[in-house]
Ligand binder design. Structure first.
Ligand SMILES: *Cc1c(COP(=O)(O)O)cnc(C)c1O
Length: 418
């Protein structure tokens, strides 16, 4: 059963009612369910029982320390893309030996930090990065474990902004160049070739492209073995989609089983990097209707959350279900649910059939992934509070920002500037 369900006509997060959360922490407010996070991780770990494997949560989807903590306690590793994320996961108690470092633009300072800490693997995305990493590791007297992120050139058939496995994308090294680069890596003194990696996109609803990518990657694995380069692990990336509206998202089993079958006869540790699938449906954005503005052409419900909080509708045209916390009786009207930000793209949902009154609470569903993580302070709007519900308890896991904090790093010109 979903962790967000109606009880006696009131929407709850686990056993805590959303009006209680709004009263305690204010709106807008992100609400996460611990049980949901754990259940989502369990689904992966169940399928991987008895297999040498590690689920590395893609931190960028939601990097709140409490989210990281809940997942780390259940044995998750982490996939990071910056020094900032590295420091976050360490602050949340992560084991360095369970961290993989992805991303196309790793700086010298980021490499130094990760090498000093001793992470599990660098997912290298270019020839230049390979050389730089070798130099940095040498200067520290360390050896860098690496895998190459190979671009298998398969079409993930998802939104172009979140498709990453095609030749035209900036990610990974070209399939045709991978062998040459691996040979080069094997010859560099301060690198240790450890694995191979691919990640073809996000919000994938069809398991076929994953399988297709794996087939291509396994051809490389065999070619490398023939060359005497034996890999220890294969990282299948993330990308498994979730249901936002009425999508048929595959079960974790349907996604993993065909791939695990192909890996059965091989001595390869399996790494995964799910992001959205672990957190997407474990969170919602709680918001209050400020004004109703019915009109001739459109009806606007102006709420206290906006595109600076949840950018996905404005950025990708994404759909999020919008659910009244305490449904009313009456005739539904189509409402555009919009925020107060000065942009026409500032909408959370359009043409939603709802019965509304000013002051009502609404839950913007499926807002656990790429939501708070992509929020901004546009229009000098403090970031909303984040709350983690755990059974009957609601914990404030990030307090609401204050306006003073928004300009705390700024200064006026000096008095003598004229
Ligand atoms: C974004 C990303 C992920 C996670 O993607 P999801 O679609 O959230 O599962 C995993 N690996 C890499 C390299 C990524 O860039």
């Amino acid at each position: 059963m979903s962790a967000f369900a109606s009880k006696n006509g009131v929407l709850h997060a686990e056993s805590v009612s959303l009006p209680d959360i709004a009263a305690r922490f204010g709106t807008p407010c992100w609400v996460y369910s611990r049980r949901s996070l754990e259940t989502a991780l369990d689904e992966f770990q169940q399928e991987l029982l008895g297999i040498d494997s590690l689920v590395c949560y893609a931190v960028k989807a939601n990097s709140n320390l409490a989210v990281l903590d809940v997942l780390a306690r259940r044995g998750a590793g982490f996939d990071i893309v910056s020094a900032g994320e590295l420091q976050r996961v360490l602050a949340a108690g992560a084991d360095p030996r369970q961290i993989v470092f992805s991303g196309v633009g790793k700086t010298v300072a980021e490499m130094e930090l990760a090498l000093t800490i001793g992470i599990l693997c660098f997912n290298v995305e270019s020839a230049g990065e390979l050389e730089r990493l070798n130099t940095v590791a040498g200067s520290l007297g360390r050896t860098a474990p690496i895998s190459l992120r190979v671009n298998p050139d398969v079409d993930a058939r998802t939104h172009p902004y979140v498709s990453t496995g095609l030749k035209e994308n900036k990610f990974g090294v070209a399939y045709e160049e991978a062998l040459t680069l691996y040979r080069q890596a094997a010859g560099l003194a301060n690198l240790e070739v450890s694995g191979i990696d691919c990640h073809i996109g996000s919000q994938l609803l069809d398991p076929a492209p994953f399988s297709e990518a794996l087939d291509k990657v396994l051809v490389l694995v065999d070619q490398l073995a023939a060359d005497g380069i034996v890999l220890h692990h294969i990282d299948l990336g993330g990308g498994l989609g979730i249901r936002y509206r009425d999508e048929e998202a595959p079960t974790v089993k349907a996604y993993l089983l065909p791939m695990l079958a192909k890996l059965r006869q091989r001595q390869l540790r399996v790494l995964l990097e799910p992001g959205r699938r672990l957190v997407g449906n474990a969170g919602l954005l709680l918001t209050r209707v400020e004004y109703l503005k019915p009109g001739e052409v459109k009806n606007f419900a102006i709420v206290d959350a906006a595109m600076n909080d949840l950018a996905r509708p404005a950025l990708y045209g994404s759909w999020h279900d919008i659910v009244p916390v305490v449904p009313r009786q009456g005739a539904a009207l189509p409402w555009d649910v919009v925020g107060p930000v000065c942009e026409s793209g500032d909408f959370l949902g359009r043409g939603r059939e709802l019965v509304l009154a000013a002051g009502d609470l609404l839950a913007i569903m499926s807002a656990g992934a790429y939501s708070m993580a992509m929020s901004s302070n546009y229009n000098s709007r403090p970031r909303a509070a984040e709350v983690m519900v755990d059974g009957t308890r609601a914990h404030l896991v990030r307090r609401r920002e204050t306006v003073e904090e928004l300009y705390a790093l700024e200064q006026r010109l000096p008095a003598d500037a004229g």
